[in-house]
Design a protein around this ligand. Sequence first.
Ligand code: FAD
Length: 374
Amino acid sequence: MQNTGGVRSALIVGAGIAGLTAASALARRGWLVEVAEAKAEGTTVGWGLSLTGPSLRALDQLGLAEQCLNTGYGMRVITNTDARGEVTSVAHPGLLGAARPAMAGIARPELHRILRLAALRLGVRIRYGLSVFRLAQQAGQVLAKLTDGTTRSVDLLVGADGIRSVVRDLTGRATPIDYHGQMVWRALVPRPDWATGIHTYASPRYQAGLVPISANQAYVFLTENGVRPDVLPDIELAERLAGLLAPFAEQVAELRPLVARSASVVRRPVQTVIVEAPWSHGNSLVIGDAAHAPSPQMISGAALAIEDGLILAEELDRQQDVPTALKSFTDRRWERCSVVVQTSVAISRLEQEQRHRDSYRLIEACHRQMAHPA
Ligand SMILES: Cc1cc2nc3c(=O)[nH]c(=O)nc-3n(C[C@H](O)[C@H](O)[C@H](O)COP(=O)(O)OP(=O)(O)OC[C@H]3O[C@@H](n4cnc5c(N)ncnc54)[C@H](O)[C@@H]3O)c2cc1C
């Protein structure tokens, strides 16, 4: 996509949550947008995702919250059962008004489908199996060399390429990825009738829980403490996760046979990234997990990623030129995103110290802070 006089052009690297929402937000404001995604079309990994109040609020601004609620499963309450069996329930801040759910569970491929179709309807071009390997600033433009041998000259280059961002490195913002000694598991299971909100359970060793993602489906999660980030054969995952759930009583015990039969189990390291400000270099910027990746326990990475797209489009409209808008974007986003990442790191530590009540309080306080507008 070459610069076309009068119309501003953007190349977004990564068709994940941040990339697709930024693409829609920019296209709605008249930008000509192309997205380069490294993976093949339709290969989004199928684990479930929790969308908190701020995620739904940001999706609502794109006109997509209702679709996500209809496809996923709307919820209001998080119920925590600590290692002594004491139960506390917390009403999640509802940001779409009292009549609509406060949060939603959704299958990740379904969320991606909704975001992708919205971007395509707005005229965004999405190219799969494509990435960038060289970037240069040139007279107010970014020159991007792509892996198919072609070149783009655009007004804006956005790196939305996730926690292992290549754009972050190419723009001189290489940042370490921190591993926190935990592995997180997720397994798709049929939704039990009693599961109408998020449930978490602590055992003396691990944390587990259940999140509905549709009328028929839910995902079970478990966070393993004090382990190396090794890789296990896929074929063993369901049985191993069922084994790790053995010390949990009652409701979790009921989930074990469902987990053992699950066709979709993933195990991922608990990692975080926070790139020092500014997140931009000339007309290039990193957003989403590429700039700030909290650990999964805060279930807030999606909210930050969606908000990023909306605020980026706002700042580009508000400011005189792209570099000023990108700087102002980081200024607006830095505190909120770094607080969520730091809180997620603190939660990871509290969980490993078996201080579950402290971690519930911290998660709730962070969700309340996030309820304030971005
Ligand atoms: C196990 C787990 C569970 C989680 N659960 C939740 C949850 O319940 N709720 C929540 O809010 N958050 C959750 N998160 C965090 C959330 O998934 C991320 O914060 C969110 O996906 C960030 O979106 P993103 O678009 O920035 O990155 P990603 O979703 O990682 O998307 C990046 C995209 O860029 C593509 N890409 C990568 N490299 C390149 C390249 N070089 N060139 C082109 N394309 C590239 C990738 O293929 C991908 O499509 C979880 C994270 C993990 C690991």
